[in-house]
Ligand binder design. Structure first.
Ligand SMILES: *[C@@H]1O[C@H](CO)[C@@H](O)[C@H](O)[C@H]1NC(C)=O
Ligand SMILES: *[C@@H]1O[C@H](CO)[C@@H](O)[C@H](O)[C@H]1NC(C)=O
Ligand SMILES: *[C@@H]1O[C@H](CO)[C@@H](O)[C@H](O)[C@H]1NC(C)=O
Ligand SMILES: *[C@@H]1O[C@H](CO)[C@@H](O)[C@H](O)[C@H]1NC(C)=O
Length: 180
């Protein structure tokens, strides 16, 4: 009897301990790089990380499009974990950007899209006839999305996106994240 109580108490303790560990973890942006591969097609007005204070850190970027309207584009997203072995996350997917918003059937696409959608005007289907932006996407939002859908192992990650139109890569946005 006593042994059982001790075991139950132990399990409850471990559950809370684990929850505490998860909550004290944090996602940080460590670097961002935006590159236009075709200045006649698009260029970046800005692209930066900012720390307003210790708890509020965000990412903003704006792409000027010079060949609007855009009727067709493809996005290639890759999430890689930088590590020397053990459970590397290696996702690399390519999909139709015009259908991204409606693509509720594919969990990976809707998950990746959910990481920035509420903070972006990339939120409707084609055509796009305006500049694109991600406005003050906070790390705590990304953290929330990850803890809601996928438990993310600790480590450093690189999130790479290629924006392709008519078969040609036009821009690359690369974000480095650390989860610790
Ligand atoms: C950090 O900045 C945000 C936005 O300016 C503010 O709402 C928040 O209260 C600040 N947090 C702290 C701990 O100062
Ligand atoms: C992902 O795959 C695409 C197409 O196969 C390739 O061009 C790209 O370099 C890959 N990205 C990464 C980060 O490996
Ligand atoms: C898309 O984003 C813009 C800018 O934030 C916003 O004004 C608009 O209402 C959004 N549209 C949808 C369908 O969410
Ligand atoms: C992409 O292809 C379409 C159809 O062929 C064409 O109308 C459009 O101008 C092309 N866009 C660019 C940026 O080359």
């Amino acid at each position: 009897m006593t042994l059982q109580y001790t075991a139950v108490a132990g399990v409850i303790f471990l559950m809370f301990y684990k929850m505490h560990l998860l909550e004290s973890r944090r996602i940080e942006f460590t670097n961002i790089k935006c590159t236009s591969a075709d200045e006649e097609f698009c260029d970046f007005e800005y692209c930066f990380l900012k720390a307003a204070n210790r708890t509020y850190k965000y990412l903003s970027l704006k792409v000027r499009l010079h060949k609007i309207p855009i009727h067709q584009f493809t996005v290639n997203l890759a999430l890689r974990k930088r590590s020397n072995g053990l459970t590397p996350i290696n996702q690399n997917i390519t999909f139709d950007g015009c259908k991204m918003v409606a693509d509720t059937g594919n969990t990976i696409i809707s998950f990746l899209f959910s990481l920035f959608k509420p903070y972006s005007n990339i939120n409707h289907s084609c055509p796009y006839n305006h500049d694109l932006l991600v406005d003050k996407l906070p790390t705590h939002f990304i953290h929330q999305q990850f803890t809601k859908y996928v438990p993310l192992p600790e480590g450093d990650y690189v999130f790479n996106s290629n924006w392709i139109s008519n078969g040609t890569n036009r821009a690359t946005v690369r974000v480095h994240l650390s989860f610790a």
